[in-house]
Design a protein around this ligand. Structure first.
Ligand code: B12
Length: 138
């Protein structure tokens, strides 16, 4: 965490046109004092590569018409290969089938945020802060 600022790489899956959630959440995190790296449309391997280069604490994915579980599996696998899975916090939001939510959490996402009352600014920010606190060595 450079200079105490939480560093977040934000991305949307390749071929996805929904950018509003991505930009809205990126703005929320920036307003909360986090360093946000906007990656745009990318493949999971490139997202991980950027997170590694940028020493990111968090990877955030926004998706509305993709396959979050497939993308998530590829993302976590790529992070495992680059040895950053354990130290990185993964969060995802957007619109997907409700049954994907428990699956994404089981896979290792610290927070899953579909539209609605559980996805307010404070919910997302406290999820990130709590996940980072729980990863810090005692
Ligand atoms: C705007 C819009 C579009 C615009 C996008 C413009 C743009 N630049 O973003 C356009 C017209 C391009 C579009 C295209 C399509 N769309 Co569209 N679109 C929408 C719409 C109306 C709004 C989505 C949106 O921008 N919301 C604004 C955000 C800010 O609000 P929010 O989602 O509540 O955001 C919160 C959470 O989602 C969460 N969040 C979101 N991302 C992230 C990321 C992180 C890290 C975190 C922590 C949280 C988080 O936090 C936010 C704050 O609380 C929705 C319907 C709807 N009412 O939601 C359909 C919708 C998403 N679209 C849909 C579809 C099917 C399409 C098309 C495939 C249609 C077509 N046949 O061409 C194409 C897709 C093209 C493509 N390749 O991507 C479907 C998706 C179906 C599904 N997933 O089940 C929807 C749900 C419409 C529907 N009811 O069928 N779309």
């Amino acid at each position: 965490m450079a200079e105490g600022k939480i560093r977040v790489v934000m991305a949307i899956p390749a071929l996805e046109n929904h950018t509003k959630g991505y930009l809205t959440v990126s703005g929320m995190l920036r307003d909360a004092g986090m360093e946000v790296i906007l990656l745009g449309n990318e493949l999971p391997e490139r997202v991980v590569e950027t997170a590694l280069q940028e020493s990111a604490d968090v990877i955030g994915i926004s998706t509305y018409c993709g396959s979050p579980v497939v993308f998530g599996e590829d993302l976590l696998e790529a992070a495992e290969k680059k040895n950053i899975r354990e130290k990185t916090i993964f969060i995802i939001g957007g619109i997907f089938p409700p049954e994907d939510v428990p699956n994404l959490i089981k896979m290792g996402f610290a927070g899953v945020f579909p539209p609605g009352p559980g996805s307010r600014r404070e919910d997302i920010i406290s999820c990130i802060r709590n996940a980072i606190a729980s990863k810090k060595p005692n």
